[in-house]
Design a protein around this ligand. Structure first.
Ligand code: URA
Length: 229
């Protein structure tokens, strides 16, 4: 992407000017899976196929009664960056893909601003089914669905996790700290660095916090850069 185009994405995010000192780092589109000699028996190894086959017909919680379809997640299954939202909205429920509505458009712009395409990151949600009327998922819904996300994280093995919004951040970090405290610093989940960023749907309403979101994205970029050394 040329600099002029990137500046356009930054403008769309409400950021005036940004001159990058380094470029975002990420995995190639397809890294081969390495299988060690001492690998456990195949029936103990999780796979995308097994996980997808479990998620698609899931009836673990009552959200299955109102959903059109489950929204598994999408993107590069070997991504260096994994983005985690709260749960599907109406457009996502209809299309079966995460972040395809208005908030998704802003997420795409945020990704482009740090030099990433949607196809090269993996995007998923805490809950795989739309909560009715876009309410927050309940603790019971979160706890029944979270194992799917943790398995996705184990399969992707990202370098960094970016968590979008309070609900996802509190659920993943098992905390009730407010998002104002959770953002702005590097956390970790099972040894993987994790950065909390305001949810794009919130940023659509709260222009002032876009600057903080941009600072958090830069923190995530710097974190990935530091991992490479
Ligand atoms: N909001 C989310 O948290 N996830 C989506 O997939 C869409 C909107």
């Amino acid at each position: 992407m040329d600099n002029a185009t990137r500046l356009q994405y930054l403008e769309a995010m409400g950021i005036d000017v940004w001159v990058p000192r380094f470029s975002a780092d990420h995995e190639p589109a397809s890294a081969p899976d390495a299988i060690a000699d001492s690998a456990p028996p195949s029936e103990l190894i999780d796979s995308w196929e097994a996980l997808q086959a479990e998620v698609a017909p899931c009836t673990q919680c009552d959200l299955c009664k109102t959903r059109i379809q489950t929204v598994f997640g999408s993107g590069n299954k070997n991504a260096g960056w994994m983005f985690i939202g709260e749960g599907p909205g109406q457009s996502e429920d209809q299309q079966g893909l995460p972040f395809v509505g208005k908030a998704g458009q802003l997420l795409t712009e945020m990704l482009r601003a740090i030099g990433l395409d949607r196809e090269e990151v993996f995007i998923a949600n805490i809950v795989k089914c739309r909560p009715p009327a876009n309410r927050d998922p309940t603790p019971v819904e979160i706890e029944s669905c979270k194992p799917y996300l943790l398995r996705q994280l184990t399969l992707v093995k990202p370098k960094i996790i970016v968590v979008l919004g309070r609900v996802a951040a509190q659920a993943l970090l098992n905390t009730d700290e407010p998002i104002g405290k959770l953002r702005g610093q590097i956390r970790a989940l099972n040894g993987t660095p994790l950065v909390v960023v305001y949810h794009p749907a919130y940023l659509l309403r709260s222009l002032l916090d876009k600057r903080k979101a941009w600072a958090d994205l830069k923190l995530a970029m710097q974190t990935v850069k530091n991992i490479k050394g």
